[in-house]
Write a protein that binds this ligand. Structure first.
Ligand code: SAH
Length: 217
């Protein structure tokens, strides 16, 4: 079988065996995970594990998130495709590609990464795949990106002891942040900004992410 066919097959199987059967149901999220070639974002030497039900190591001691977690975080944001979205922790660029796929040409996406090497690699892959609308920035995402605020949705791909205040400030009222809260043992939380300015916590799932490292904690 041609390599591209077998990747397509593995991707379809991932969607069925790891996502839909565990409750992922948002059609935009499913379509994005069905389309984005995860094998491109995995280091070459472990490419055969691209569709494992697991996080995998990437450069700089970081990880590409497990497909289920990528799907859960994307679904939690409840995107329609017209939102302004900020991602913290570009890493491999896989989650960035998923968000870019969901947002298409009507939304807007910014992604911040603190490791220049990772951002360079991710940027090349995203361009190669045609995801040219994602605006990638090197820097400390714990401080957000105030120039383009407010955002409708913020996705943190690194764990923090609490939601960084700058990110909360840069979220519009009614907007959502999905964030792994904690240190060794973390909970994936969805925070929604209410009119009063206080958070409504909407979900709580155990997860394991690399730490958010920054000034804005
Ligand atoms: N969703 C990504 C996960 C990458 S791991 C993927 O699937 O590839 C989390 C990333 O957050 C790492 O690349 C790490 O370098 C980055 N990170 C940690 N603290 C950061 C900060 N303050 N600002 C920007 N990026 C940060």
């Amino acid at each position: 079988m041609a390599k591209s066919l077998s990747w397509d097959y593995l991707r379809e199987r991932m969607v069925a065996d790891q996502l839909t059967c565990r409750g992922i149901s948002d059609p935009l999220v499913i379509a994005a995970l069905r389309k984005v070639p995860r094998e491109i974002f995995v280091p070459e030497e472990i490419r055969d594990r691209a569709y494992d039900d697991a996080a995998l190591p990437i450069a700089c001691g970081q990880t590409i998130s497990q497909p289920l977690i990528v799907a859960m975080m994307s679904e939690a944001l409840g995107l329609t495709g017209r939102e302004r979205v900020l991602e913290i922790g570009t890493g491999s660029g896989y989650q960035t590609a998923i968000l870019a796929e969901i947002l298409g040409t009507q939304g807007a996406l910014w992604s911040i990464e603190r490791h220049a090497d990772l951002l360079r690699t991710a940027s090349g892959k995203l361009l190669h795949l045609g995801y040219t609308s994602a605006r990638l920035r090197i820097g400390d995402g714990s401080l957000g990106l105030p120039d383009y605020a407010p955002y409708d949705a913020v996705l943190l791909a690194a764990a923090a002891p609490r939601c960084p205040p700058a990110l909360w400030e840069q979220l519009r009222v009614g907007g959502r942040i999905v964030i792994p809260i904690g240190q060794q043992h973390q909970q994936l939380q969805l925070l929604e900004k209410q009119k009063s300015g206080s958070p409504l916590i909407r979900s709580n799932v155990s997860c394991r992410f690399v730490p958010l490292i920054g000034e804005g904690l």
